[in-house]
Design a protein around this ligand. Structure first.
Ligand SMILES: Cc1cc2nc3c(=O)[nH]c(=O)nc-3n(C[C@H](O)[C@H](O)[C@H](O)COP(=O)(O)OP(=O)(O)OC[C@H]3O[C@@H](n4cnc5c(N)ncnc54)[C@H](O)[C@@H]3O)c2cc1C
Length: 810
């Protein structure tokens, strides 16, 4: 039955009747949200959903992403066989490896899968052929096999979800176009449609490739680009034995296959991408208003490479007759992952940009989004899919397009750790950027910033023999060790201008921060505090330092990529009388650390530099006015030196000139990472996420249970079942990079959160979350580094200077 009447009010309006919107409606209904209205401008499934190839693969690059895919499969399995059967076929999925590097990647993924609870196995080429008999095994080194992968019918799934939502009270109106979103005082108030207005407190933009257009109705940027994506369907040509053939992906040949009756579906990711419906050269999407239930013209030219490759793997494709080549547009984001979460407009959520894995993800996305909307917080660590990971630079459609193209065209390429994207660079540069270039900086990019990884100029001082084995040694330089050692033995200078900086001010600032922080931060003016902010589950939502600048003014410094996230978290809890401002672009920052750091700074400043650890002072460095914070992320005496941006180049050259006679070396972020690992300093988003409490993350020393703060109740009610542990591997050349399984007590007990080599302690270090019973010092462990189990043990942390004597200095 189709609803006809447009209500004047609903608690929640979902814009878009594709698989995304209907899944959110379905899951909201399951949570008891009955006053939900789903508006679709045309028919259900008439966007990208109806022309999907329907493959469902689960293994992704992070735990939460993979967990979402697993949630999808669980839902599809549950719906199968009911009156709302989505046509789910759990035929299993094969992914081939046709090069030694791909085989290494496959083995690495098999390792991750163990920690994600996925039953992924490694199989031989012959075993792959048994499951997909049409394939030629030439060039295949091996494959992975995931028996719970499969495929389904996208339209049937969407209608099944819509029916489930309706049964839970959701009203679905098709042929009802949303034409505007009403925003007042930063919050959503309702939507305008062709058929009248609807008041509401929550709007979910599930507009697929139209989501950017829908976002613009509220002044919100959703960075995605419609990209033409193709697959073909053959006529029946193969004999069936009654069973199902597995899905097959051959990334080295850019192709995928699945059965379709007695024929095949075959598609892939072309090297030449085709953005669609953009205006001129600026890359802004302008999809025709009547583009529903439609496809694009067949583009055989672009598909040729895929078609040729497909015949190499499945020779029967040579003679198979093609029923049709489907060419349909689909929304892609700049990093190839979903775009989810609450936007800068309160109550306006987005769930779009599904990057050709929307069917695989829809079940899990719908569940996570519904829980997020109903609970007011993401139900698990969704940072890698959170819209706030896209900085202000993605407001530019042209920049977005450059990245989307790169991501699409390299979709099936092996992603080596520390690989850097190149499109749209350089964009954000520090005032010392030209200096870095002149000194042979190898740059990485984060949130649009060019950041120094290491300087080629330091390579000669390093030790090539320390290069880690395998992939960890690919994007590596001996300079990293030289820069690390300079910091421990003399002094090193790091450009940290990209740090995200937030100012919280106003009469209620201290009270707000005390309510949000687990540590006591409203201390004397001039004090600096390391703290976390927790969500209601007690998980670490933010992890940073807070400096009190004045009675009513605080400065927060957080990771380069986390500014928008942390600012949004603080702002959404702030009442009137508190201003929360992003001041990143106002301040340049140089980190100066090492046993000789005080001598370096003293030779450029006449100020008294004896102020203590975790305090700040205003000083002059050369001609530059500087706010000096006595903090460290490397475990040495020194400062973060902040100055207004226009002085940044002068500050850098002053410090450099002052430090040269004292053995100062400029260093990059890779040296910082090695230094911080030795000191056990955590990285938010890897070692500690919204899913771990400070106790689990080993940050209990920050928690002040004697005061009230958000998340405290959850901390009081839980006993940590897991703990972040420091592991040392027996083989110093075997370096873990993250996600590797850790075996303890005879089973896979956890996974590596981050790892690297410590050039001072001369050990391969890995951090891992392990069950409390395996977290004791001395517990033997093994870490699977590229298919090889490397022995190690849990050790006391930090490995370097446990008393912190170096930090306090003389
Ligand atoms: C050729 C091709 C093959 C694919 N193969 C696979 C695959 O094998 N596996 C897989 O997992 N994924 C695949 N995908 C991707 C998958 O189809 C999409 O990720 C998914 O369908 C997106 O769903 P959605 O709900 O976000 O968007 P859509 O299905 O596009 O739904 C958005 C809806 O919003 C509506 N809308 C927009 N603006 C408004 C408005 N103003 N008012 C009201 N309604 C509005 C639109 O009409 C549309 O119906 C493929 C995609 C393509 C193009």
């Amino acid at each position: 039955m189709v609803d006809r009447e447009l209500p004047s009010r609903a608690r929640c309006v979902i814009v878009g009747g594709g698989v995304g919107g209907t899944s959110i409606a379905y899951h909201l209904a399951e949570l008891g949200w009955s006053d939900v209205l789903l508006l679709e401008r045309s028919e259900l499934t008439s966007g990208s959903t109806f022309h999907s190839a329907g493959l469902v693969g689960q293994l992704r690059g992070s735990v939460s992403l993979t967990r979402m895919m697993m949630d999808s499969v669980e839902l599809y399995r549950r719906l199968a066989g009911t009156e709302h059967d989505p046509g789910w076929v759990e035929c299993g999925g094969i992914r081939l490896a046709c090069s030694p590097a791909r085989w290494e990647e496959t083995r690495r993924q098999a390792g991750w899968a163990k920690t994600f609870g996925l039953p992924l196995e490694l199989i031989s080429a012959e075993e792959a052929r048994e499951r997909f008999p049409l394939m030629e095994t030439g060039g295949v080194i091996g494959a992975s096999w995931l028996p719970t992968d499969g495929y389904l019918d996208p339209s049937r799934l969407t209608y099944a979800l819509a029916d489930g939502a309706r049964r839970g009270g959701c009203r679905i109106l098709t042929h009802t176009r949303v034409t505007g979103i009403e925003v007042r005082d930063g919050a959503v108030r309702g939507v305008r449609t062709e058929r009248g207005d609807v008041e509401c407190e929550v709007v979910v933009n599930a507009g697929g490739m139209f989501a950017a257009e829908v976002g613009r109705m509220a002044g919100v940027r959703v960075p995605l680009v419609p990209m033409a994506h193709e697959y073909l369907v053959t006529q029946p040509f193969r004999e069936r034995d009654g069973g199902h053939m597995a899905t097959l992906r051959d990334p080295d040949h850019l192709v995928y296959f699945r059965e379709e009756g007695d024929g095949l579906v075959m598609g892939g990711y072309e090297r030449r991408s085709a953005p669609w419906a953009l205006t001129g050269g600026d890359g802004l999407d302008a999809i025709p208003p009547d583009f529903n239930g439609r496809l694009l013209e067949e583009d055989w030219d672009r598909f040729e490479e895929i078609a040729v490759n497909a015949r190499v793997r499945v020779p029967a494709m040579e003679d198979a007759r093609v029923t049709r080549l489907i060419n349909g547009p689909e929304a892609f984001t700049p990093d190839g992952e979903f775009c989810l979460g609450e936007t800068d407009v309160r109550g306006l959520f987005v769930a779009a940009g599904f990057c050709a894995h929307g069917l695989a993800g829809a079940g899990g996305v719908g569940k996570a989004m519904a829980e997020w909307i109903a609970g007011g917080e993401p139900p698990m660590d969704l940072w890698r899919m959170d819209i706030r990971r896209f900085g202000a630079h993605y407001r530019s459609p042209r920049h977005t397009l450059a990245r989307v193209r790169e991501v699409y065209e390299t979709y099936y390429d092996i992603k080596f750790p520390y690989h850097e994207r190149s499109a749209g660079r350089p964009l954000r540069t520090s005032p010392a950027y030209e200096w870095h270039r002149a000194h042979g900086a190898a740059f990485g990019e984060k949130s649009g910033w060019e950041r120094v990884n290491w300087y080629a100029a330091n390579e000669a001082e390093g030790d090539e023999a320390l290069r880690p084995r395998g992939w960890a040694g690919r994007h590596w330089s001996p300079a990293i060790g030289a820069e690390h050692r300079a910091c421990r033995e003399a002094a090193a200078l790091f450009d940290e201008t990209s740090f995200a900086k937030i100012e919280v001010s106003g009469a209620g600032a201290a009270e707000l921060l005390e309510r949000l922080c687990d540590n006591h931060v409203a201390r004397d003016v001039g004090r600096v505090t390391y703290t976390q902010m927790l969500n209601r589950r007690g998980g670490v939502e933010c992890d940073f330092t807070v400096a009190r600048l004045a009675e009513d003014r605080f400065s927060i410094v957080t990771g380069t990529a986390f500014g928008r996230h942390d600012l949004a978290w603080i702002a959404r809890h702030a009442g009137p009388g508190v201003q929360v401002e992003d001041v990143t672009s106002r301040w340049a920052c140089a980190g100066l650390w090492g046993p000789r750091a005080r001598d370096v700074l003293a030779s450029a400043s006449t100020d008294d530099l004896s102020f203590g650890y975790m305090t700040l002072r205003d000083v002059a460095v050369g001609d530059v006015p500087v706010r000096a914070l006595r903090v460290t992320y490397v475990g040495e005496l020194g400062w973060e030196l902040y100055c207004p941006m226009e002085y940044g180049a002068a500050l850098w050259s002053t410090l450099w000139e002052a430090g040269r006679p004292l053995g100062l070396r400029a260093g990059g972020y890779r040296a910082i990472d090695s230094l911080r690992l030795e000191k056990g300093y955590r990285v938010w988003g890897a070692d500690v996420t919204p899913d771990e409490t400070p106790y689990e993350a080993g940050l209990g020393f920050c928690v002040r249970l004697e005061k009230d703060f958000l998340g405290r109740a959850a901390l009081e009610q839980s006993t940590p079942a897991r703990r972040l542990c420091c592991l040392v591997l027996g083989d110093p050349r075997a370096v873990a990079l993250g996600n590797e399984p850790v075996r303890a007590g005879g089973r896979v007990a956890g996974r590596v959160t981050s790892g690297g080599y410590g050039y001072t302690v001369e050990r391969s270090i890995a951090y891992a979350l392990l069950p409390a019973e395996q977290a004791e010092r001395g517990t033997p462990v093994a870490v699977e580094v590229f298919g090889e189990w490397v022995e190690g043990e849990v050790v006391a942390e930090p490995l370097f200077d446990p008393q912190g004597a170096r930090i306090r200095g003389g």
